[in-house]
Design a protein. Structure first.
Length: 162
């Protein structure tokens, strides 16, 4: 993780959007990826849930941002719950983020600079496993043994490509 925010790029060029966390969602952490639900708008805002289309599926990319006004900072322990108003960000290629990397239990996890990641069905980054889309590239290294739980990883968005 670099810095204290999800967006690392100094002049983001993507689109910010406000949402409401869908009912039934128990945990949505800053740095996770999310998708809009088919539920009716709530006060003019779409509801969102964890991106669960499937591991490495090509599709829209929206990352959940921290919200210091609600006391939710960029970490892996403070979550948004159902009904909370949240901000998401639709990135453009080249932008840098702290995104949530899912821990793979029972492995000696490590990350090298330039490793490629797709979005898992849990809304977290997962190392490329012949995915249809691997839109993120690591811009920091994490050594073996430092990843023992979900962690924020500095990555660059390469566009939604294979």
């Amino acid at each position: 993780m670099k810095g204290q925010t999800i967006i690392l790029s100094s002049e983001p060029r993507g689109k910010f959007e406000e949402f409401v966390v869908a009912s039934g969602v128990t945990t949505l952490l800053p740095g996770m990826f999310m998708r809009k639900t088919t539920a009716a708008l709530q006060n003019g805002r779409a509801s969102v849930q964890v991106e669960d289309a499937g591991d490495g599926v090509k599709g829209p990319v929206c990352i959940l941002l921290e919200d210091d006004l609600q006391g939710v900072v960029a970490n892996t322990t403070t979550a948004f719950t159902a009904g909370a108003r949240v901000r998401g960000y639709w990135p453009v290629a080249g932008e840098e983020f702290n995104a949530l990397l899912g821990d793979v239990s029972g492995t000696g996890d490590s990350v090298a600079i330039h490793d490629l990641f797709g979005i898992s069905s849990a809304g977290k980054l997962k190392a490329n496993s012949s995915y249809g889309s691997i839109p993120f590239e690591a811009i920091e290294a994490l050594t073996i043994g430092t990843i023992t739980a979900d962690t924020l990883l500095a990555v660059q968005y390469r566009g939604n490509q294979a």
